[in-house]
Design a binder for this molecule. Structure first.
Ligand code: ADP
Ligand code: 5GP
Length: 185
């Protein structure tokens, strides 16, 4: 895995990672988003193979045992993992591969793939994070509460990352992200 580049985007749920990734993919054809495997149920509108590969817990366990994941973690009661084969293949082809993953997975990548560029997205304020999480309108109250609790731990670890970017104004954030992602070398 030498030619391409691995980039990791992490940040608390609701901070705007998905929104940023969608814009980045539209603007940069050299970027490839890794599609994760999850045991979470699909949200309305989520498409198999496009947003995630949705599997049962048994299937997920079998994939762990088979060594199919580059990293995996449990997040607020569900399992999430990055399939290793497509990432390897795309990096060998010289492509830029983006992982949008939570903190534990990002820590695993730091150990197994130290040359990966790791970016943490921060909210402008705690109140705004809560507002965004609710405005998405796709999670239950219980899921929102669990995600907010986890968000505190994630934000505390922001300093572990190569770059921290506050997602206040979306256009500004995109510019800053692009300047970090496309640093030569
Ligand atoms: P994540 O993928 O990090 O969980 P999303 O991309 O789903 O977050 O964004 C959560 C909500 O916040 C969405 O309703 C989205 O439109 C909104 N949002 C994202 N970025 C911004 C921003 N810079 N300013 C205001 N709202 C935003
Ligand atoms: P959501 O349920 O909102 O789609 O995702 C919940 C959290 O899981 C987010 O922080 C997201 O970045 C993270 N996530 C998504 N896919 C993966 C993955 O493959 N591995 C890890 N470790 N986290 C993931």
């Amino acid at each position: 895995m030498t030619n391409g580049k691995l980039m990791v985007l992490t940040g608390p749920s609701g901070v705007g990672k998905g929104t940023l990734v969608r814009s980045l993919l539209q603007r940069h054809s050299q970027l490839h988003l890794s599609i994760s495997v999850t045991t979470r149920s699909p949200r309305p509108g989520e498409v198999e193979g496009q947003h995630y590969y949705f599997v049962s817990r048994n299937q997920f366990s079998e994939m762990i045992a088979a060594g199919d994941f580059l990293e995996w973690a449990e997040f607020t009661g569900n399992f999430y993992g990055t399939p290793i084969a497509p990432v390897k293949q795309q990096i060998q082809q010289g492509k830029f591969v983006l992982l949008e993953i939570e903190l534990e997975g990002a820590r695993q990548i730091r150990n197994t793939f130290p040359e990966a560029l790791r970016i943490f997205i921060l909210p402008p304020s705690w109140d705004e994070l809560e507002r965004r999480l609710r405005s998405r309108g796709q999670d239950s109250e219980e899921a929102i509460a669990r995600r907010l609790q986890r968000a505190k731990e994630e934000i505390d670890a922001a300093g572990e990352f190569d770059f921290q970017i506050i997602n206040d104004d979306l256009a500004e954030t995109l510019k800053r992200l692009e300047s970090v992602l496309f640093i030569p070398g």
